[in-house]
Design a binder for this molecule. Structure first.
Ligand code: HEC
Length: 156
């Protein structure tokens, strides 16, 4: 149970209680990419994008999700499906736990190069596990954090 103060803070920051903070633009959860528009326009036709953004699934699971939509009335050809699945698997793929991840795991994430992965691991080794997302953003830089914001977790 959250304390009232924590709840208010969540609402102000637009954190995990997104359903109760409609002012937060869900589009912002979709990282910029040449495929973004195809995904956000296609996947907002029947339900909100929050329905999509609340999931972390691998490529096979996203493929299954999109194919299961055929019977819900979403007709996509193979190319359209491939583009959408590529975007979702990259930006809403499985979580990577930044406090235990290897350089290889981190640098497999979209737009996260090996040099940055090494910097994150070096920092973690020197200072201990990241306690807050803010401290991780401070090390990565907001520009580099942005594409992987749905993939990185400081939990576990
Ligand atoms: C033609 C209408 C329609 C479109 C377009 C659509 N959806 Fe859905 N979606 C549904 C319906 C109906 C449900 C089931 C009812 C619900 O949970 O809201 C659903 C549920 C979901 C769910 C939760 C249940 C599950 O299958 O895991 C996810 C995730 C999802 N959609 C993702 C997407 C994605 C990704 C796209 C874009 C490729 C998309 N939707 C586009 C109709 C649509």
């Amino acid at each position: 149970m959250l304390r009232p103060g924590a709840l208010l803070l969540e609402l102000l920051l637009g954190g995990s209680l997104a359903a109760q903070a409609p002012a937060v633009n869900v589009q912002d959860k979709f990282p910029e990419s040449e495929d973004k528009e195809a995904v956000t326009s296609t996947c907002s036709a029947c339900h909100t994008l929050a329905r999509v953004a609340s999931n972390n699934r691998d490529k096979a699971q996203w493929t299954q999700t999109v194919k299961a939509h055929d019977s819900r009335g979403l007709k996509l050809d193979a190319d359209e499906t491939a583009v959408i699945v590529r975007y979702l698997a990259a930006y809403f793929g499985p979580k990577v736990y930044v406090n235990t991840a290897t350089v290889e795991e981190l640098s497999s994430l979209p737009k996260l190069d090996r040099k940055l992965a090494e910097r994150v691991v070096r920092y973690r080794d020197a200072h201990g596990p990241f306690q807050t997302i803010e401290s991780l953003i401070a090390v990565m830089g907001p520009e580099s954090f942005s594409p992987v914001r749905n993939r990185l977790s400081i939990g576990k």
